[in-house]
Design a protein around this ligand. Structure first.
Ligand code: ADP
Ligand code: ADP
Ligand code: MG
Length: 691
């Protein structure tokens, strides 16, 4: 077996590969940039090699330096992970010339599958269903219109060299083709250095389902079932699962067979993924083949029990596949959620900074047989920098059934503590809790359909609101009762004012009566005092038992509902939430709900209306940089009159271009930075005057 391998990647995937190498007694070498000097993958590897500056183009994309690292460190082989150089045919070739084994497919397989036009042509000759469309380069706009007319609208315009969900757009009409064609070309040229564009039918409300294959150097090929990746935002995957709840045995086999046929056609060896788009009638069409380990590979590992990285290493070493198609059994259901450093409430703006708290749920098997796995790329105290992808971990759950797996994931997300940067956990929880998600009625437009206005946080129904408000109140009382005994004079009636994050709504005012408090156990009997609006809840009360976990900063509230009506508690009977407390203000976060509350004894609340509201400084005349990044385009000039919503400039951070727009009509008074400037958070990019 190999003695030592180099991992030409960073973050969670580098850590993932190191884990298996260690299991196989292979030594590992990490590579790193300036920004990653203290990164987790460097700490985990046996040895490390410094590549260069932080920009990927000066470090992780420098094939010459990486090959030098392999030689200097005496590595037999290299694992590329995903992204960076993983699908670069020239790199695979250069390694071969240097006598280093590439843990991946051959140069020619990468080259033919890396190009979308080329791969579709090959797929057709291999009798694989392809999306109806024009397979070839399109000369100009007029030809594009002609082709789109023939295919029938809507169509998708794609960059042949595209990847990562970039470089594609939908056109619903001729006009949209003529408007978009040239822009698509120039974008493709800018992003991929290749302006070739092609057009195919846009499949409406499809599901993205992909087949994992494994192939050795001797023509043995198997497929390891599928993954469904329909939960996407802007054509990028957010949540994946295996198996797909949509496929039947017959379709699975047909898709598997076609994936194997295609792999055979290009003499594939190593792990690979054939992506399909599947319509409502379960007709499936080839999209592309990814010639590498896929981000979402853990869900396949969880349902098959096969370590894909181990297989890749064995295959690259020249071993024969020791699994046949018959051996592959799909067991249970696995889900992966991608934890991103981004703010879901602010249109998923990437976030950077120090992870002041990082405490993921434990990886283990739970009493109900379910499993949590967390593919991690960071540790508490680490810096999430602006240079790379904002994905910091992949949380996976497994259960006997999809329902069990979902429940386990929901609770694992509740437990995931991440502070110092913004993250998408509330958004992931909101998807997991969504009825349509639970019923597996998925499509690639799921997020768009369910969160039409972007993510605003989840608003609980009235009954849930009462429950959470009761928990907040119980928490408050347990906190203040640390300072003094709850005596007869203690207020028994309370008012809780509730507000929801990023939503301008009427404040809910809820009144409660504390019926009884059991000493020691901090158990409270909380009874809502009904108002006209909530008359149904007269005889209900909750027994709440609060427990705090200081390390995970988690508040567990066991709730029991007593009532004579037929209300059912929609929440589990043990809620694990987070509470920030600054008496009398509290914030509670639970599964995408974020409520802030102010609590007063009821007689004090009477006087609340006489309080002066706090004045908030108006900074709407300033364009403030929301994240650290590089100003790559300024789209306006000083003295320009700007309409509401007009793009002002583009800031690039974490591989994403973020366009900042005007919040209202104004005139540009001053621009403080030029294109190319490096910006930090809160820097004032421009100033406006309102007329
Ligand atoms: P998967 O299908 O495994 O989810 P993606 O297509 O999302 O893979 O890409 C995997 C990784 O590679 C991501 O980090 C993505 O950002 C990166 N990536 C893929 N293609 C490109 C590309 N052409 N340019 C930049 N990054 C890319
Ligand atoms: P990438 O290389 O960026 O991953 P893909 O061709 O795999 O590009 O497409 C990414 C996503 O875009 C798919 O998962 C799907 O959601 C959507 N998509 C791509 N082609 C089509 C199509 N013809 N019809 C509908 N959706 C599509
Ligand atoms: Mg794809």
């Amino acid at each position: 077996m190999f003695k030592k391998i180099l991992i030409a990647n960073r973050g969670e995937i580098a850590c993932r590969v190191i884990k298996t190498a260690r299991k196989m007694n292979i030594k590992t070498v990490a590579v790193f940039s300036d920004a990653d000097r203290y990164a987790e993958h460097v700490r985990l590897a046996d040895e490390a090699f410094h590549l260069g500056a932080s920009l990927a183009s000066e470090s992780y994309l420098r094939s010459d330096l990486i090959i030098k690292a392999c030689k200097d460190m005496n590595c037999d082989a290299l694992h590329p992970g995903y992204g960076f150089l993983s699908e670069n045919a020239d790199f695979a070739e250069a390694l071969k010339k240097a006598g280093i084994i590439f843990i991946g497919p051959s140069k020619s397989a990468i080259a033919s599958m890396g190009d979308k036009i080329e791969s579709k042509k090959i797929a057709q000759t291999a009798n694989v269903n392809t999306v109806p469309g024009h397979i070839g380069i399109i000369k100009d706009k007029n030809e594009a219109i002609k082709i789109a007319d023939e295919i029938g609208y809507p169509v998708m315009i794609k960059a042949s060299a595209g990847g990562g969900g970039k470089g594609m757009r939908i056109a619903f009409s001729r006009d949209e083709i003529s408007e978009n064609f040239e822009r698509a070309e120039s974008e493709a040229l800018n992003s991929f250095g290749d302006k070739r564009i092609f057009i195919e039918k846009f499949i409406t409300e499809p599901r993205h389902i992909e087949i994992q294959i494994l192939a050795d150097n001797y023509g043995n090929i198997v497929y390891l079932g599928e993954r469904e990746c329909s939960i996407q935002r802007r054509n990028q995957k957010v949540i994946e699962e295996a198996p797909s709840p949509f496929l039947d045995e017959q379709t699975r086999k047909e898709m598997g067979d076609q994936a194997v046929q295609l792999s055979r056609k290009v003499c594939y060896s190593s792990a690979g993924t054939v992506e399909f788009i599947v319509d409502k009638e379960k007709k499936f069409y080839f999209l592309e083949m990814n010639t590498r380990l896929q981000v979402e590979h853990p869900v396949t590992e969880l349902i098959t029990g096969i370590d894909l990285v181990e297989q890749m290493i064995n295959i690259a070493f020249g071993k024969k596949l020791d699994i046949t198609q018959k051996d592959i059994k799909l067991n249970g259901s696995a889900i992966e959620t991608r934890i991103y450093a981004e703010n879901p409430y602010k249109n998923f703006l990437p976030s950077t900074g120090r992870l002041t708290k990082y405490h993921p749920p434990k990886e283990k098997k739970y009493p109900d047989g379910s499993i949590i796995r967390n593919d991690n790329g960071v540790r508490e105290g680490d810096e999430v920098s602006m240079f790379y992808d904002p994905m910091i971990a992949k949380l996976c759950s497994w259960g006997e059934t999809r329902d069990v797996s979902i429940k386990r994931m929901e609770s694992a997300l509740d437990n995931f503590l991440l502070e110092g940067i913004d993250h998408n956990i509330p958004f992931l929880s909101a998807i997991l809790g969504n009825k349509r998600f639970k019923s597996a009625n998925l499509s690639t437009s799921f997020i768009q359909d369910e969160f039409e206005e972007g993510f605003q946080g989840i608003i609980p129904n009235k009954h849930e609101e009462w429950t959470l408000a009761s928990i907040i109140l119980a928490y408050h009382i347990t906190e203040i009762s640390k300072d003094f005994e709850i005596s007869e004079g203690f207020s028994k009636e309370w008012q809780v004012h509730i507000n929801y994050k990023s939503l301008v709504s009427e404040i809910s005012k809820l009144n409660f009566k504390i019926k009884k408090q059991v000493e020691d156990k901090i158990q409270l009997y909380v009874q809502p005092i009904p108002s006209k609006k909530t008359s149904g809840m007269v005889n209900e009360y909750l027994i709440i038992d609060i427990q705090k976990d200081f390390i995970a900063k988690l508040v567990s509230a066991s709730i029991k509902l007593f009532n004579d009506s037929n209300h059912e508690l929609t929440f589990p009977d043990k809620i694990q939430c987070r509470i920030n407390y600054q008496n009398p203000n509290l914030e509670l976060f639970y599964r995408g709900i974020s409520m802030s509350a102010t609590i007063f004894p009821r007689h004090v609340a009477e006087h609340y209306k006489y309080m002066k509201p706090i004045k908030i400084e108006d900074r709407s005349n300033l364009l403030i940089c929301p994240m650290p990044g590089k100003l790559i385009r300024v789209l306006v000039k000083e003295n320009d009159i700007i309409d509401e919503g007009q793009p002002l400039c583009v800031v690039e951070a974490m591989k994403m271009e973020n366009t900042l727009t005007a919040s209202k009509k104004c005139m540009v008074y001053k621009i403080n930075y030029q294109e190319g400037a490096t910006l930090s958070v809160d820097q004032i990019i421009m100033e406006f005057i309102f007329k």
